[in-house]
Design a protein around this ligand. Structure first.
Ligand SMILES: Cc1cc2nc3c(=O)[nH]c(=O)nc-3n(C[C@H](O)[C@H](O)[C@H](O)COP(=O)(O)OP(=O)(O)OC[C@H]3O[C@@H](n4cnc5c(N)ncnc54)[C@H](O)[C@@H]3O)c2cc1C
Length: 426
């Protein structure tokens, strides 16, 4: 990995995203560089992540030593992420995610959860805000940190237009004052940098919201209950309380002038924010889909090997069509999902309009394939598959989150059906 300062990596990322540098044509033939990065991440997933997966799943704790190792080799940190994001085909980010989550999804999320906060800063922040906050989300290889992106609330999950967290501007001190409760925040309360979405003008619904950076050690931000989960248990999830949490005026992502212009447009009914938010989600969903693919592929490969070795009735169980055809279907579904993920990633990188909500399609398909394929893997392993002695049980628990977070499967279907029909389906 090339060494560069965080600031120059920020600049390089911005430059490589500029419209005069359009993305490469779509191709399934990976470049040597892409193959090298894929193999490098795979090596880390195989050698470091996978052997530690069961332990951290049982401990239900953030695997700091592994985050640290990822940071030392340049996989965790702004420079690595900037390089993956900067890839002009758009395929590098899903490839890296698939390989890492092939190793383990809980540890994968502990490593990649920070990119949610980074994406939040990236989608709304100014270049100066990016340069200031993104490197802080990651810390340094010797002292790694994590970031958290806090949108969901106890009463606002799928319906993010109903956020109750408020942001009030105090002109006298040039500070924003945040009050509210965030729910389900990945890295919530343990993050160095929290990116919080709050309502500035309640009457405008989601068009009256803005994103804020809450700097490290800000008074008034407290971690609530840490959630005990079904899967991805090495990834920390918790409520976050904001109680008269005062942050500098400059922590409003995008700046006050832009916010006021946006609010004025929304009040006049000429806001384009909904479309902007939609393309941001569409562009980030394939990466989440790629994580699900990593789990699905790991379960498929495990089940394939097992089916060749396990004998019943004097022959390997794979010699039965019912097992062999299941494995064929698993491979088929995983590859089909990957094509959707890669297409949407490439479209996002190229800035193409998502006319059929292709980003949502890819996350929906990959998430559901992961749940289905991991369940089939348990079936192929029989009783062994149902025990914690074999990894497919954990993979199935991990896979389930992919039909829930980053937009549930129902919400993805809503988005796709509205996009293809033009009808406001409920
Ligand atoms: C492990 C984990 C990590 C998370 N990390 C984060 C994070 O880092 N940051 C963050 O902000 N959030 C995070 N979330 C929150 C996550 O995004 C929400 O859980 C998700 O959006 C669903 O919201 P909800 O749980 O309130 O479910 P609800 O919105 O209450 O949905 C319940 C059910 O109703 C269905 N439903 C709701 N509305 C409709 C509709 N209009 N049509 C059809 N069906 C509908 C849903 O699909 C679902 O099946 C995380 C959640 C989990 C579990």
């Amino acid at each position: 990995m090339e060494a560069s300062t965080a600031e120059s990596a920020v600049a390089a990322t911005l430059e490589s995203n500029a419209p005069e540098n359009p993305a490469a044509p779509f191709s399934l033939e990976l470049s040597q560089d892409q193959k090298d990065i894929r193999d490098w991440v795979h090596g880390f997933a195989e050698g470091v992540v996978r052997p530690a997966a069961a332990e951290w799943d049982e401990r239900e704790e953030t695997p700091w030593p592994i985050i640290s190792e990822a940071a030392k080799i340049g996989l965790y940190g702004f420079e690595g992420i900037a390089q993956f994001w900067g890839d002009e085909t758009g395929l590098m980010l899903p490839i890296v995610n698939e390989e890492l989550f092939w190793g383990d999804a809980g540890i994968g999320m502990a490593i990649m959860g920070t990119t949610l906060a980074v994406a939040g800063i990236f989608s709304s922040g100014t270049p100066e805000q990016l340069a200031e906050w993104v490197p802080q989300c990651f810390g340094t290889p010797d002292d790694p940190k994590v970031g958290s992106f806090c949108v969901s609330e106890p009463d606002a999950g799928s319906d993010v237009s109903s956020l109750r967290t408020r942001a009030r501007y105090d002109e006298a001190s040039d500070e924003w004052v945040l009050n509210g409760q965030k729910a389900w925040a990945t890295n919530g309360g343990i993050a160095k940098v929290h990116v919080v979405v709050a309502t500035v003008d309640q009457e405008l619904g989601s068009r009256g919201q803005a994103a804020f950076v809450v700097p490290p050690d800000t008074k008034g931000l407290e971690m609530g209950t840490k959630v005990k989960k079904h899967g991805i248990r090495a990834s920390h999830t918790a409520d976050v309380f904001l109680d008269d949490c005062r942050i500098p005026g400059a922590c409003l992502l995008g700046g006050k002038e832009k916010l006021e212009e946006r609010l004025a447009r929304a009040r006049e009914g000429t806001s384009s924010r909904k479309q902007a938010a939609m393309s941001t989600f569409e562009a980030s969903r394939p990466t989440v889909g790629a994580q699900a693919l990593g789990i699905a592929r790991a379960a498929y490969e495990y089940a394939l090997d097992y089916a060749k070795e396990r004998t019943q009735f004097g022959r390997a169980i794979i010699e039965n069509q019912s097992i062999a055809f299941t494995l064929a279907d698993m491979k088929l579904e995983i590859d089909a999902a990957r094509l959707l993920v890669w297409r949407a990633s490439w479209m996002g990188r190229r800035g193409m309009p998502f006319e059929a909500a292709e980003g949502s399609m890819s996350k929906l398909k990959a998430g559901e394939v992961a749940v289905w394929a991991t369940e089939r893997a348990i079936q192929i392993l029989g009783g062994n598959g149902y025990t914690r002695e074999y990894p497919v049980e954990r993979m199935h628990r991990d896979a389930k989150i992919y039909t829930i977070f980053e937009g549930t499967s129902e919400i993805q279907r809503l988005v796709v059906s509205r996009a293809i029909s033009g009808v406001h389906i409920r």
